[in-house]
Design a protein around this ligand. Structure first.
Ligand SMILES: Cc1cc2nc3c(=O)[nH]c(=O)nc-3n(C[C@H](O)[C@H](O)[C@H](O)COP(=O)(O)O)c2cc1C
Length: 319
């Protein structure tokens, strides 16, 4: 199947693949810029960044993107949500993705600043609300996704329901690892796909080597859902710290800086994500999609090669 371009507002991506935003500091300017230069849409995971850091990452991504499309992803649950959005707009970001919670006000801010807003939803109901509020496109995420989850239903069930309630571009996310998966999503009505897990095994991904190695060794039975202090379940690969979360023996936060609007204080999720990104995976949470173990080529390669491979695989599928 020849993959069509993906148009969101007046932005046109040659390859309809969005690299999903990954916090904390897993997808930074280097990865976003590389994916954008390869014709997809590159997304900086902005949750947990300082404003200055985000501004620098956007500039770095822009310098690498060769005119390609760059977005940021920020979770609504973050206390600094509005500061991050304003920083990104000031830096002339092409579009803003928001997940882990829902804000109606963001659409007005997007309209006022001519910045397309793309919410990440997991139900037809929220897709409909987003359409009414002025979203530019909709990412629909199934339970196969990595990170915080908004549903326990598979993408193949939710996507056709979302397709029925909106005429906006619909982008499918969760568990997509091959070109055949991409084609399947298009057949179910998607206009594009969002892929995150597959891009962790790229040279440009900002995670330390032990993090990437955990992706390389993960077996199906190592992928679990944990409770996150954000108030949502999260999908992760087992690590000693994740085992502690599962057995409810994870240490309570120390020196909390109130990074979330609401936190259960069960453990410090931001510190656990920072630890793993830095390579201390024994004391960290390694978020991952459900199908990480299905990735065929687990070598660490340039992100552009991954984009090309996925597009080529999709094109080889007979429809
Ligand atoms: C390591 C990791 C971190 C993530 N962080 C975020 C995030 O900060 N915000 C968000 O909306 N989604 C986040 N996600 C979800 C992805 O952006 C994406 O929608 C989802 O993982 C797609 O499924 P896949 O990973 O199976 O391709 C994260 C996913 C991973 C694997």
């Amino acid at each position: 199947m020849r993959l069509p371009e993906l148009q969101i507002a007046d932005l046109v991506a040659k390859v309809p693949i969005i690299q999903g935003g990954m916090a904390v500091r897993i997808s930074t300017g280097a990865l976003a810029g590389a994916v954008a230069a390869a014709g997809g849409i590159g997304v900086i995971g902005a949750s947990g960044m300082t404003f200055e850091e985000l501004a620098n990452e956007i500039r770095l991504a822009r310098a690498k993107a060769q005119g390609g499309i760059i977005g940021i992803n920020i979770m609504f649950a973050a206390r600094e949500f509005w500061g991050i959005v304003k920083t990104a707009i000031k830096e002339k970001i092409d579009l803003v993705f928001t997940g882990a919670g829902f804000s109606r006000d963001i659409f007005k801010v997007g309209q006022d600043n001519d910045t397309p807003i793309v919410p990440i939803v997991s139900s037809a109901r929220l897709a409909q609300t987003s359409t009414r509020c002025g979203a530019a496109a909709i990412v629909v995420e199934g339970k196969e996704a990595g990170g915080h989850l908004g549903t326990d239903r598979p993408i193949r069930e939710i996507l056709p329901e979302v397709r029925q309630v909106t005429d906006l571009p619909v982008i499918a996310a969760g568990g997509i690892t091959t070109g055949a998966d991409i084609v399947e999503m298009f057949k179910l009505g998607a206009n594009g796909v969002q892929i995150a897990t597959r891009f962790v095994l790229s040279e440009e991904c900002n995670a330390a080597l032990p993090y990437k190695q955990r992706y390389q060794t993960a077996r199906q039975e190592d992928i679990v859902t944990i409770s996150s202090p954000v108030g949502l379940p999260g999908r992760a690969i087992k690590t000693p710290f994740v085992e502690k979360i599962l057995s409810k023996t994870a240490p309570k936060p120390v020196g909390c800086d109130f990074c979330l609007k609401h936190c259960s204080l069960e453990y410090c999720i931001i510190q656990a994500l920072i630890n793993s990104q830095n390579g201390d995976i024994d004391n960290g949470v390694v978020f991952s999609g459900e199908n990480v173990w299905k990735i065929k080529d687990k070598s660490i390669r340039p992100a552009a090669e991954i984009v090309k491979e996925l597009a080529k695989e999709a094109e080889e599928v007979q429809v």
